[in-house]
Design a protein around this ligand. Structure first.
Ligand code: ADP
Ligand code: MG
Length: 339
């Protein structure tokens, strides 16, 4: 069905019907001029927004709309996770070109709904307009946290240990593979499928972020969206410190280690691939022993230093400066990359 068969308001009505009715937390949701939302007593509102632009962040030849809906919410959930918050509400603003059918928009919302439901997040509003060319998606996510428990990027101190959750680099490798294996039988391989899955449908570490924040054992935190080298750089910059990372401690998945046909050294996907949506955090040494008790998958990859530089120790023990090589929208041409 074409969008002009049902029009802007027909589409909004469909979106509204497919989501939950007003709730205690959101007494006024889709349908009025603004949503009215409630935050739990003693909590602070966390707000974040991320935009996904066709041709820049995604390519409709390699992603389906369900995955896109999932991912649009996931990247925002990851930001709430990195503050140690609980996500509650989201808003979706879409600019939609005529070639996109109503069914594909419905698939987008099914994907978004699937991940939102897992986290108890309610869609409370948005905006819908037409686009001359590209599909543009802007999602806002609102969450809450107790003021004193919020973890920022700026609390790392020299001597703190640097940790990262899960494994890094899968998404970057998955992006390369999804492009190079458009039809081929490469995609049948389990490892390749897993890497592509991590690129198309990332899993934000919401429960882990909240647990780490509540524990008080974490001095600073950020999610890995641009690549370890860039995001570690952001955290250190905000904290006024540097860091030394040990290359062979960086956690890499079995799928990434075994994948064939990748163009770069696998460590490069971890350092600069981006879109892993893992959590990178620092822990004061006196709290180090508490980390295993949280039962989360986290690896110590280095230490915070007083000197402001980012240093990387390779497997031969030699030290080099780590350049921020993650994704930068305005330097993208240098790397020749549109995701
Ligand atoms: P206004 O003209 O006052 O901005 P709209 O007609 O744009 O109102 O939106 C009507 C209602 O539908 C609002 O509650 C708005 O938040 C919601 N809405 C519009 N587009 C979307 C969308 N893509 N997803 C979710 N809610 C939407
Ligand atoms: Mg509007």
């Amino acid at each position: 069905m074409r969008l002009d068969d049902i029009g802007e308001f027909g589409l909004i009505e469909r979106i509204r019907r497919s989501f939950a009715a007003p709730s205690q937390r959101a007494p006024i949701g889709i349908g009025d001029d603004a949503a009215a939302l409630c935050v739990s007593p003693g909590h602070t509102l966390l707000a974040t927004t991320d935009m996904l632009v066709e041709g820049v962040h995604f390519d409709l030849a390699t992603t389906d709309l369900y995955s896109l809906g999932w991912k649009s919410a996931a990247v925002n959930l990851s930001d709430i996770a990195a503050m140690g918050g609980t996500p509650r509400f989201c808003m979706t603003a879409l600019a939609i070109p005529r070639r996109i059918t109503v069914e594909r928009i419905a698939a987008f919302y099914r994907g978004l709904h699937a991940i939102a439901r897992k986290h108890g997040v309610v869609l409370v509003g948005g905006d819908t307009c037409s686009s001359k060319r590209d599909l543009v998606i802007s999602i806002a996510m609102l969450g809450e946290a107790r003021r004193k428990k919020i973890v920022t990027r700026s609390g790392a101190r020299p001597g703190d240990l640097v940790y990262v959750t899960g494994t890094l680099g899968d998404s970057g490798a998955g992006l390369e593979l999804v492009r190079s294996s458009k039809s081929g039988n490469l995609r049948q391989k389990t490892d390749v499928r897993k890497l592509i899955e991590r690129h198309l449908r990332p899993v934000p570490r919401v429960a882990w972020g909240r647990m780490l924040a509540e524990s008080g054992s974490v001095s600073a935190m950020i999610d890995v969206s641009d690549g370890l080298s860039s995001d570690l750089g952001h955290l250190c910059e905000e904290s006024g410190v540097g860091a030394e990372i040990t290359g062979d401690r960086i956690p890499l998945s079995r799928s990434l280690r075994r994948a064939t046909g990748l163009r770069q050294n696998i460590l490069d996907y971890a350092l600069s691939g981006g879109e892993d949506y893992e959590l990178l955090f620092t822990v004061p040494p006196r709290r180090e022993k508490t980390i295993p008790g949280f039962g989360i998958d986290a690896t110590n990859i280095g230490v915070v230093t007083k000197g402001r530089s980012l240093r990387f120790i390779d497997d031969m023990g030699s030290v080099r400066l780590l350049q921020a090589s993650g994704y930068d929208h305005f330097k993208v041409s240098r790397r020749g990359r549109a995701r």
